[in-house]
Design a protein around this ligand. Structure first.
Ligand SMILES: *[C@@H]1O[C@H](CO)[C@@H](O)[C@H](O)[C@H]1NC(C)=O
Ligand SMILES: *[C@@H]1O[C@H](CO)[C@@H](O)[C@H](O)[C@H]1NC(C)=O
Length: 371
């Protein structure tokens, strides 16, 4: 496989250089082979899930958003991008369509009723969500240094924060129900949320998955014109600055067990909101290196999410819930060993953003500087 890749790249790069000698940003040319490598990774990842369909709603949400990024990228491609790469990207979007078309959405497994509402609302609005592209820019995040404390302290600190996944699901549902009502009745008015949910979303601070779930909820609030009195963009900016510090910390702690999903989610969410600091060739290489030989992504994050208090301690739930919990766990793991569909979803989403960022010529050449 590796040898074959090399065979593919070498002549293409040569061709690129030969045909486009007038490139003013030399570094952009070097992004083209990077995108080839990503496209091979994506193709393999999608190939895995085409054969073994996931039952995890997050996989389909990421699929829809990644498809939007790719479609936009293909439509806006610089003329200098080789035709073969364009064809590769087109093939990938077709594969995404096939996966979606062959999915029986009634078979998906949801972790709770609240989450089911959230995920289904996101499905219904997936085209809107996929089309909301923020321009990617660099230079607003500042030089955030990794935390000086240890990973264990980070985990402890996270425990003291709101919200838990259950609370986050409940508030996101509340937000979306209100947003949908506001849309259908055409009454103006900021989506109503309880003070607790408002506090959860806007005030206080979060860490780890608590923080990424706030970014998602705030992003949804912004798309659906909620909370007009709050500057949601400024809030997302604030959240992503802190996340950037966390992303760098996870790296400086050498990606402790169970944190890969979080690392990729941070990149996916904050780069989607336009923060180009999350685009680093070094991070791209890590994400690609984490792919399992069979194409999927794995991350044993359960102990980590428990330690951070994001999901509750594993007290024995009532029998019926236990059955549900088992099914959710099974759905997340997919078939065939360690594959994890949330991890795979975050890899898909983050890599699709990388494709777009690396090919957007006015910014593309800057990412190596940031490495
Ligand atoms: C794209 O898909 C077509 C049809 O499956 C295939 O013939 C072609 O080789 C693919 N192109 C690339 C660049 O992979
Ligand atoms: C998926 O379904 C849509 C709508 O039914 C259809 O237009 C499209 O061609 C299908 N795509 C693939 C790749 O099967």
């Amino acid at each position: 496989m590796c040898v074959k890749q090399l065979v593919i790249f070498a002549p293409l790069l040569a061709v690129t250089l030969a045909i486009y000698p007038y490139f003013d940003t030399q570094d952009f040319i070097y992004n083209v082979p990077k995108v080839y490598r990503i496209s091979l990774t994506l193709d393999k990842l999608l190939g895995y899930y085409e054969l073994k369909p996931s039952k995890d709603p997050e996989w389909y949400i990421a699929l829809g958003i990644a498809r939007g990024q790719l479609e936009y990228t293909i439509n806006e491609l610089d003329k200098s991008v080789p035709a073969k790469l364009k064809e590769n990207l087109n093939n990938i979007t077709r594969r995404m369509d096939r996966i979606r078309n062959n999915t029986d959405f009634s078979k998906l497994v949801f972790r709770s009723k609240d989450y089911e509402y959230v995920a289904k609302t996101m499905f219904e609005n997936l085209e809107v969500l996929a089309a909301m592209l923020e321009p990617i820019t660099i230079g607003t995040m500042g030089t955030q240094k990794p935390y000086r404390f240890s990973f264990e302290q980070y985990v402890q600190e996270a425990r003291t924060k709101m919200p838990t996944r259950k609370a986050a699901d409940a508030c996101t549902m509340q937000l979306l129900i209100s947003a949908m009502e506001t849309q259908t009745t055409q009454s103006d008015g900021a989506c109503e949320m309880t003070p607790e949910c408002n506090a959860q979303l806007i005030q206080g601070s979060g860490l780890a998955f608590q923080q990424t779930s706030r970014v998602r909820a705030t992003g949804l609030a912004r798309i659906f014109d909620c909370m007009e009195s709050t500057d949601l963009s400024a809030h997302i900016y604030k959240l992503c600055i802190q996340i950037y510090k966390e992303t760098k910390s996870l790296e400086s702690w050498d990606h402790p067990a169970g944190t890969r999903t979080l690392f990729m989610q941070q990149i996916f969410y904050c780069a989607s909101h336009g923060y180009g600091e999350f685009i680093k060739p070094r991070w791209m290489n890590k994400i690609m290196a984490w792919q399992e030989p069979k194409g999927c992504y794995a991350d044993d994050r359960q102990p980590f999410v428990r330690l951070t208090g994001f999901v509750g301690p594993s007290t024995a739930p009532p029998a019926k819930d236990r059955e549900e919990e088992y099914r959710v766990k099974k759905a997340a793991e997919s078939d065939g060993g360690a594959c994890n569909s949330l991890t795979s979803a975050m890899a898909l989403g983050s890599l699709a953003i990388y494709v777009r960022a690396l090919l957007e010529t006015d910014q593309a050449f800057q990412y190596d500087v940031l490495a």
